[in-house]
Design a protein around this ligand. Structure first.
Ligand code: AMP
Length: 391
């Protein structure tokens, strides 16, 4: 099936071609007709499967027949992180080029001055926002949500977490009752109790190669196939002290030119970056204590292949799309298996292969087993201390 058969606005087909998309990905084939039919959708698709375009393209098509009014955005996309807000808005921007009807998009997020964002709000009808800044903007009347016809939650399970609960409830109160709801995530269960808070009707549940996070114990004696099939995973048993040398060794040995490294704390991210730099490896860190300017700059450098190592916390685990990212390293394990899947999902995207490497200390062994069990995939382990390795 081709994009032509999907009843998208004609100009979009040209923009799709310019993006180099040859044919729709499975999630796009499933989701686009549902959104065009104004149905509510719960899209559960593996990371990097093209979910952003699956809602951006039909949303832009629907805008043709929507009345626009200054400060009253028609489309609201809520995302959990600033970087994701920027990334999603870029997709809207690219695809809206040349459309003969208003489709102005804007990303708003905290950590930067609010005034410029307020000024740029004029005639915006697709607003991509993180929850906190969105509410600030509504309180100061820079934006009004009462005319939102399509409400999107990207990385929805994260937004449904306790941490965002109050803000999300407040946002929901500001939205009109009658609206289209689109929820997306790679790790979302369709039985999420919270769904009725958002959707009045039963949504179309679309799953393409869902990543199942099993909450209950089950027999995992047979190795299970995984949906993160484009990702080759390797684990290294390593002591805490040897992690730094092992990472440097792997970077050199594999001639890594672009590697995303996850640590479990801000402190560790900074320490590791300092050490890598001391060893002449071009590295920077992104975490919540860095200014928004620095975060964006590091991400841009990294995406443009001007930075070898980007060290980060789980801040960047979700949704961020780095084209052809070949390597992800879990320098430390995340607590939650879900975060593990989101982390490794930064590679192996858009049908390109990738490699995820995980460092496992003696204390991590049990936890890593739990992660593998929940992921339903067993990872090949290498004992880095066995002497087979020289570093
Ligand atoms: P996403 O899952 O939305 O983050 O998308 C992952 C990557 O896939 C992005 O770099 C998109 O530009 C790319 N992509 C999305 N749809 C297609 C398609 N139909 N053909 C080729 N690449 C695509």
């Amino acid at each position: 099936m081709s994009f032509e058969s999907l009843k998208l606005f004609p100009q979009l087909l040209q923009n799709i071609e310019e993006q180099g998309y040859e044919k729709p990905y499975p999630i796009q084939l499933e989701v686009i007709p549902k959104i065009l039919a104004k149905e509510d959708v719960l899209g559960i698709a593996k990371t990097g499967s093209g979910k952003t375009a699956s809602y951006v393209l039909p949303i832009l098509t629907l805008l043709e027949n929507v009345k626009t009014k200054n400060r009253f955005t028609n489309v609201l996309v809520v995302v959990p992180t600033r970087e994701l807000a920027v990334q999603v808005q870029e997709v809207f921007y690219e695809f809206s080029k040349g459309l003969p009807f208003p489709a102005k998009s804007l990303a708003v997020f905290g950590g930067v001055a609010i005034n410029p964002q307020m000024k740029r709000m004029r005639n915006v009808n697709v607003l991509v926002a993180t929850p906190g800044r969105l509410l600030e903007l509504t309180r100061s009347n820079a934006v009004n949500l009462s005319k939102v016809s399509t409400f999107v939650m990207d990385e929805a399970d994260k937004l449904l977490n306790l941490g965002f609960r109050k803000e999300l409830d407040e946002i929901l109160r500001l939205l009109p009752k009658k609206r289209q709801n689109l929820l997306f995530s790679a790790t979302l269960n369709s039985d999420v109790k919270d769904l009725e808070r958002i959707m009045q009707d039963v949504p179309s549940i679309l799953e393409t190669e869902k990543i199942v996070i099993e909450e209950k114990e089950e027999d995992t004696s047979t190795p299970l196939n995984t949906s993160v099939s484009l990702i080759t995973q390797t684990g290294y048993f390593v002591s805490k002290e040897k992690k730094g040398p092992l990472l440097r060794h792997l970077i050199k040995e594999n001639k890594m030119e672009q590697v995303l490294v996850f640590t479990s704390s801000i402190y560790q991210a900074d320490q590791l970056t300092i050490k890598l730099r001391k060893n002449g490896i071009n590295s920077r860190a992104i975490h919540s204590k860095k200014s928004q300017g620095s975060r964006q700059e590091s991400l841009t450098l990294f995406k443009n292949n001007k930075l070898t190592v980007l060290v980060t916390t789980d801040l960047l685990a979700r949704g961020i799309d780095i084209e052809f990212l070949p390597f992800v390293v879990n320098y430390e394990l995340p607590r939650s298996p879900k975060d593990f899947i989101h982390r490794i999902g930064r590679t192996g995207r858009a049908e390109n292969p990738g490699e995820a490497i995980t460092f496992v200390t003696e204390e991590d062994k049990h936890h890593f087993r739990v992660i593998q069990k929940k992921m339903k995939q067993w990872v090949t382990m290498i004992d880095s201390e066995s002497g087979a390795f020289e570093f």
